[in-house]
Write a protein that binds this ligand. Sequence first.
Ligand code: ACO
Ligand code: OAA
Length: 371
Amino acid sequence: MTTTRGLEGVVATQSAISSIIDDTLTYVGYDIDDLAVNASFEEVVFLLWNKRLPKANELEDLKQQLANNMAVPQEVLDYFKTFPISKVHPMTAIRTAVSMLALYDDAAEDMSEEANYLKAIQLQAKLPTLVTAFSRVRKGLDPIAPKTDLGYAANFLYMLSGNLPDDIEVEAFNKALVLHADHELNASTFTARVCVATLSDIYSGVVAAIGALKGPLHGGANEQVMKMLTEIGSVDNVEKVIGTKLDNKEKIMGFGHRVYRKGDPRAKHLREMSKKLTALRGESKWYDMSVKIEEIVTGQKNLPPNVDFYSASVYHSLNIDHDLFTPIFAVSRVSGWTAHILEQYSDNRLIRPRAEYVGPGMQKYIPIDER
Ligand SMILES: CC(=O)SCCNC(=O)CCNC(=O)[C@H](O)C(C)(C)COP(=O)(O)OP(=O)(O)OC[C@H]1O[C@@H](n2cnc3c(N)ncnc32)[C@H](O)[C@@H]1OP(=O)(O)O
Ligand SMILES: O=C([O-])CC(=O)C(=O)O
C-alpha cells in the first residue's frame, strides 16, 4: 500500500460539472473568465444543476423559485435568539441552522430525483436569508424579508443592510458569487460527496460541507486575510509584517493552492473589483496593501494569490462584517455542493478508501490491574 498525503493528485471521481486543466477553470465547459464578466449568478446555478445554460424563460422560472423560497421557518429564526449569539461564529450558527431546515421539510427523507432538485432550490434560496438574518439578529435588528423583484445578489445585500444596493455593489457581489460557485473536488465538495455516497440526505451533505468549508485552509481563509490586513494597518507596515511571517514559516492567508501552480484564474477578477471598490469608498489602502503583499509573497515564495485573497477587500468595501465572509462563500458554493450531490446520487457508489496502518504490531490484551 502507498499513501498520498492529503490525497494530492488522486483522481477520486468523474464529474461533468467543473474542471481545472492547466490552470484554466471551467463550469460545464464555460471558461470562468467568460462567466465572471457575462453571467448572472442564477444562470450559473442553473448551469451547474442542469449542465447547460438556461433559456430566458427557464432563467426567469429559477429566479422566481429562488425568490419565492427565501423565507425560512420562524422556528429557525427564533433559535438564533436562544444561544449566546454575539459569541457564536456565524459559520457555526449557519451549520446548525441548515441542519434545522431539514426538521421543517416534509420531503427531507424523500430521495427521489425531483424531491432532491427541489431541496437544492430550497437550500440555495434559504442560505442568504439565514446569513443575513443571523447578522441582523445579533445586532438587535429584525430580519428583513427578501424583495421578489430583486435578483439573488441584490437581495442578499438588501436583506443584510435594509438598503437597496447600487449597481456597482450588485455587480461586485454577483461576480464574487459566480467565481465561488464551484471548484471541482475541493475539500468541502468532496466532503459532501462522501457524506451522500452513503445515501444520506442532501441536508446532511450540505451540513458536512459547511463544516469543511469553515476551516482556514479552505473557505475560512478569506476572514483571516482581512484580519491580517487589519493588523498590518498601512502599506508602510507590509514589508516588515509579511517578512517576519515568512521568516517564521507562517502561512500567508489567501496564498497558495493545492491544484493551481501558475495562479488561480479567479483572483484577477476580484483584484480588479477590489481596486474599483476600495477607490470608490476612498479606502484604497486595502487594495494597495494587498498588492504589496502579493508582490512580496509571489516574489519570495513564488506563491500566487487564491480566490480568498482579494475577495476579502471586496467584501470589506461592501460594508460586510468580516466574519460573514466565509458564510458568503457558502451562499455561493451551496450551488456547487448541491450539483455534486445530485451528480453523486445519479451514479452512486460508496466512497471508502483505505488507510495504511502505521500503529503498533499485534499486541496481547493486558488486564487493567496488570498494566
Ligand atoms: C477556497 C480555497 O480553499 S483556496 C485556499 C485557501 N487557503 C489559504 O489561503 C490558506 C493558506 N494556504 C495554504 O495553507 C496552502 O497553500 C493550501 C492549504 C491552500 C494548499 O496546501 P498544500 O497543497 O497542502 O500545500 P502545503 O501546505 O503542503 O504547502 C507547500 C509548501 O508551500 C508553502 N506554502 C503553501 N501555502 C503557503 C502560504 N499561504 N504561505 C506561506 N507558505 C505557504 C508551505 O509552507 C510548504 O512549504 P515547504 O515545502 O517548505 O514546507
Ligand atoms: O479547490 C480547492 O482546493 C479550494 C478552492 O479553491 C475552492 O474550493 O474554491
